[in-house]
Write a protein of this length. Structure first.
Length: 561
């Protein structure tokens, strides 16, 4: 189809020519849309369709506050009303009038999250009245805009569909006023939703649910007790355009005021922070902290918070952020760890801030709009998460190897203590030494430097003991003579404990799988527990055969030969 080259200034002229005429043949012309082409029913359709959770309404108004440069936002629930008050730059008369526009926004996509011009109407389905009061710092007056949502609803319900235009209903049921302000030199905006329906008020008024929603979706600042707060926020502020973090205070009639900050997770390794590239261009910025314990984040990481207030699952893994606001949820990136196995995914906590302004959140903030930029982002993020997974896997394997070698050293220490008392029982102690030596050699390569040094020293001692036993056998020396001479040749100090250790408790297959953090879904847990129960029933958990099976399974899952 040929491109329409009609100058915009000729649209009205074309329209007047075509009034009462038929559409011409053989050419394309423009026909301006009229007010009565857009019905008033569009307002409730969008409000109910886009903001299905009443807490999404709170998000939209806080989003406007953040875009206005607010450092603090107060959410107050009183009676059947909700107020969202911010200390942002406020609006003048022209800006306030412009904010009433539907689906039209003057916000810069690169600087603001809100850009569709719909969010101000998110409270339509919740309340019967919306009142916006605002003031610029240099103004003496407060400006007020009131939406009679209740009147709009009644009018639309009483009129046949298509008989009322959107522009007409906005004109008839919005009003403006001004009054002198007592807040000289200050700027602010207050959004007040009045006569909220009871069903919506119950959800918004649930302090625990509201707190959880705010923490998971809004650009809330870190707690001062979080060890890496300054390092992460400084880095994000420097490298993420439009990065903002606000203080949010909750107030309600029957509860104490509460400042919302992210819980101070503890027991984490120092963060990895840096850019994510695509074709040499930075398209995102991330931070990631790995649990110090070799396991997924748990209650221990929330030890500094009030018990029961937060759940570890809310902070396991990664989440997308756009100008500080959450896009999707933490399960969204789970499949990017090893094609979906995700064993180590929940050992991390972190965020990925999207910088590429071509990656656009959808209106529900549940995902990004499907386009080439989103595909580039997903490929680049997957590559970065694979790097983080390999780093975590190396740490896990080192910890497992350290544990195995430490157990072997303890066994060697106990054997040393036994030999010192009774001498060497050639055949029995030979087998024990070989088992210890094999265990140390098997895991030594992946151990930490300290454990590896101890392992090397211990292998020399094992080699010396083996030599003593072989020498005693080849010379046909009596067991007691060989034992006596070998015991005297042992070093006075050893790089491992010489005190006998309690035997390790018998483990089941389920224990091994849980230690390796392979119980990621209820179905896999049930299957593995069923298999384990059958093996125990048939073989017995204390049988040599059963213990050999779980040892082999454990070795295989660790990636060992």
């Amino acid at each position: 189809m040929p491109k329409d080259t009609t100058p915009k200034g000729q649209l009205k002229q074309n329209a007047s020519i075509l009034v009462g005429d038929e559409i011409p043949q053989g050419k394309f012309v423009t026909i301006p849309a009229k007010d009565d082409d857009i019905g008033g029913q569009l307002l409730p359709i969008l409000s109910k369709g886009l903001y299905t959770n009443p807490l999404d309404c709170i998000r939209e108004y806080v989003q406007n506050s953040v875009d206005a440069g607010a450092k603090k936002v107060t959410i107050k629930i009183t009676g059947n009303s909700v107020l969202v008050h911010d200390t942002g730059q406020g609006m003048d008369e022209a800006q306030l009038l412009s904010s009433r526009k539907f689906g039209i926004s003057g916000k810069d996509l690169a600087e603001h999250v809100g850009f569709r011009g719909i969010g101000i109407y998110s409270g339509y389905d919740l309340a019967n009245r919306l009142i916006i009061t605002t003031k610029k710092a240099d103004s003496q007056d407060e400006l007020i805009m009131k939406f009679d949502f209740g009147g709009m609803k009644k009018e639309l319900e009483a009129s046949p569909v298509g008989t009322i235009t959107l522009s007409a209903i906005l004109s008839d049921f919005t009003s403006f006023s001004r009054k002198p302000s007592a807040a000289a030199g200050k700027s602010f905006t207050t959004v007040q939703l009045e006569e909220i329906s009871e069903v919506h008020l119950r959800k918004i008024g649930n302090r625990a649910e509201l707190r959880q929603y705010i923490l998971q979706n809004l650009p809330v600042d870190f707690s001062d007790n979080f060890d890496f707060k300054q390092r992460i926020t400084d880095d994000l502020a420097q490298n993420v355009p439009g990065y903002k973090a606000v203080t949010i205070e909750l107030q309600s009639d029957d509860e104490e005021d509460e400042i919302i900050t992210r819980p101070p997770l503890n027991g984490l390794r120092a963060p990895n922070i840096g850019p994510i590239y695509s074709d040499g261009k930075i398209i995102a910025y991330y931070w990631a902290c790995l649990n110090k314990e070799n396991e997924r984040l748990g209650e221990n990481n929330l030890a500094l918070t009030k018990k029961g207030t937060y759940k570890p699952s809310d902070y396991q893994g990664f989440i997308y952020k756009c100008k500080g606001f959450t896009i999707g949820n933490r399960d969204q990136l789970y499949t990017l760890f090893t094609a979906g196995s995700g064993t180590l995914y929940r050992w991390y906590t972190g965020e990925i801030y999207v910088i590429d302004d071509q990656v656009i959140p959808n209106t529900a903030r549940a995902d990004f709009e499907t386009n080439a930029a989103k595909s580039r982002l997903e490929i680049a993020v997957k590559s970065k998460l694979e790097e983080l997974e390999k780093a975590a896997e190396k740490i896990r394997n080192t910890a497992l190897s350290d544990k195995k070698v430490t157990e072997a050293l303890a066994a060697l220490g106990a054997l040393h203590n036994e030999i010192s008392k009774k001498g060497i029982d050639t055949f029995e102690d030979w087998d024990k030494l070989r088992d210890v030596r094999d265990q140390i050699k098997k895991h030594r390569a992946k151990t930490s430097a300290v454990i590896k040094e101890k392992a090397d020293q211990s292998l020399k001692i094992v080699e010396k003991l083996e030599k003593e036993i072989r020498t005693g056998v080849s010379r046909n020396v009596s067991t007691s003579h060989s034992a006596k001479r070998s015991a005297k040749s042992l070093p006075a100090t050893l790089p491992f404990p010489t005190k006998p250790v309690d035997p390790a408790p018998e483990r089941t297959l389920t224990d091994v799988l849980k230690e390796l953090d392979l119980f990621d879904s209820p179905s896999s847990s049930r299957v593995m527990e069923a298999i384990d129960a059958v093996l125990v029933d048939v073989l017995g958990s204390d049988s040599t055969a059963y213990q050999r099976i779980i040892a082999a399974v454990e070795t295989t899952l660790q990636g060992e030969d």
